[in-house]
Design a binder for this molecule. Structure first.
Ligand code: NAP
Length: 287
């Protein structure tokens, strides 16, 4: 199977490249750093590239992920998060390819007060969330059996993320004040990539939640990072109001993987187990 992976140099994209290699020949595509390059904001180029390779699967791991900057640059976020997924899905449909798109818990407002299932109503609070939600709708309109995978609070072997930032700031001796009233499920990119491969193999389509089990606040997550890394460090818990940022975040947006439960089985780990496994790997690779 020929797989066109767009966004192959992102945090999740790099893990997807490895995982998808188990089910086909992956053509990694990115804005730069790959032999095939693409700006997904250029719909004509998107169409030409997909038609040119005629893959049987297109996977979109691109996004404008600068959540706060999106508030001041909404057009740029809209081009990448809303228009581009629609163009990619449409091009995939035109060549008869399956399509996988990655989305986010930020499509929800987080006000329901329990882990969110796929059928819960969306109500994004930020430009990032709104553009991602529009991207989902454009994908559904352009491709009749796309797979849309919503995930959250990602970290992993690649890219910049909360786990790396916490450990770096502590190593620099910086005082840490972390929000204690926003809850979600920290999720490792390795686990999401593996789950996406299982979903593709099983032919699951529609909107699917894919996050670690359990939930924690950012403050609790920070404390767990230090505990599991064997680092003694004090982290002060602050309310959302004590850390003003441009984009509003959902208060409780942990995802329940209900569709995975009833289709392929939900084998996503508890967030603490995934974090421990990840930290063990980084400790091994740095010795
Ligand atoms: N990170 C999280 O916590 C999180 C949570 C929930 C959902 N998600 C979703 O997971 C998916 C993967 O995100 P990630 O965390 O891996 O983000 P990431 O590391 O920022 O990767 C996104 C990739 O998209 C690429 N990209 C952006 N604009 C592009 C353009 N115009 N043309 C081509 N490529 C472009 C970026 O390339 P450049 O490096 O060249 O900009 C980057 O490599 C996204 O759909 C995101 O919304 C992420």
């Amino acid at each position: 199977m020929r797989i066109l992976l767009v966004g192959a140099r992102g945090m999740l994209g790099r893990r997807l490249e490895t995982a998808l290699a188990g089910i086909g020949d992956v053509i990694p595509v990115a804005r730069s750093g790959t032999s095939v390059t693409l700006d997904v904001a250029d719909s004509t180029a998107v169409d030409a590239l997909v038609r040119g390779f005629a893959p049987s699967l297109v996977v979109n791991a691109t996004a404008w992920t600068a959540v706060d900057r999106a508030e001041s640059e909404p057009e740029s976020a809209h081009r990448v998060n809303a228009i581009a997924p629609g163009a990619l899905a449409s091009a995939a449909a035109a060549v008869g390819a399956a399509f996988v798109h990655v989305s986010t818990d930020f499509v929800f407002d987080g006000a329901i007060g329990r882990p969110l299932v796929e059928s819960d109503p969306v109500n994004p609070l930020s430009v990032y969330g709104r553009t991602k939600e529009e991207g989902e709708r454009r994908v559904r309109a352009a491709h009749s059996n796309a797979l849309i995978v919503r995930t959250q609070w990602l970290y992993g072997p690649d890219g910049r993320h909360f786990v790396g930032t916490m450990l770096r700031l502590a190593a620099e001796g910086k005082p840490l004040r972390v929000v204690g009233d926003q809850f979600g499920a920290p999720t490792c990119t390795v686990d999401v990539a593996a789950a996406i491969v299982r979903l593709v193999r099983a032919g699951v389509t529609g909107t699917v939640h894919c996050a670690s089990q359990g939930e924690v606040s950012w403050h609790g997550f920070a404390e767990a990072i230090f505990r599991l890394a064997g680092v003694e460090y004090r982290v002060e818990s602050i309310p959302t109001s004590g850390y003003p940022v441009p984009a509003r975040r959902p208060a409780r947006s942990s995802l329940r993987n209900r569709i995975m439960e009833v289709t392929i089985g939900d084998d996503m780990p508890m967030w603490q187990d995934a974090l421990a496994a990840y930290l063990a790997t980084t400790a091994t690779s740095s010795t």
